[in-house]
Design a protein around this ligand. Structure first.
Ligand SMILES: Nc1nc2c(c(=O)[nH]1)N=C([C@H](O)[C@H](O)COP(=O)(O)OP(=O)(O)OP(=O)(O)O)CN2
Ligand SMILES: [Zn+2]
Length: 134
């Protein structure tokens, strides 16, 4: 089994509404997502796939949904204010944790037909979450 990993970088604001500590406050992160694709056999170019194919697969999704966006739980009380002032945000059914964002990116890549192994989201230099299936 071969795997390759492409890193992409973006940033977002969020808060974790039920967090008992500082993360319940509005704050932001500049993050790295590491996307790993797997293949049993290499293609005619000797690759799992081109690194640039992975970037092309995720960059529109990240720019449209995650990058420089405010990622909030759908019950966050700031949503009416952001709506009223026409600020950008995305309301999620789940809390906007690194785990949930990893799963969202994973799902998108899978839907594009890639054999995705895992997505790891580094939310800070010392903390990351990973989503994989199997
Ligand atoms: N399992 C998770 N725990 C936490 C998440 C998460 O997404 N999944 N997110 C947060 C905060 O949003 C933020 O990432 C803070 O993380 P943390 O590492 O606690 O913050 P610091 O960088 O300030 O860490 P220090 O090592 O204390 O400097 C919290 N938990
Ligand atoms: Zn955070």
């Amino acid at each position: 089994m071969y795997t390759i990993t492409k890193e992409v970088y973006f940033c977002y604001g969020h808060r974790l509404m039920n967090h008992p500590g500082k993360c319940r406050h509005l704050h932001g992160h500049s993050v790295k997502a590491a996307i790993t694709i797997k293949q049993e056999h290499l293609n005619e170019q000797g690759m799992v796939c081109d690194f640039s194919d992975i970037k092309a697969c995720v960059e529109d999704y990240i720019n449209e949904h995650l990058d420089h966006n405010f990622l909030l739980h759908k019950n966050d009380p700031i949503i009416p204010y952001l709506t009223e002032t026409q600020e950008r945000f995305m309301a999620l059914d789940e809390h906007p944790t690194a785990e949930v964002l990893s799963q969202m990116i994973y799902q998108h890549i899978k839907e594009q037909g890639f054999d995705v192994d895992q997505v790891t989201l580094w939310e800070t230099a010392s903390a990351h979450a990973c989503y994989r299936e199997d």
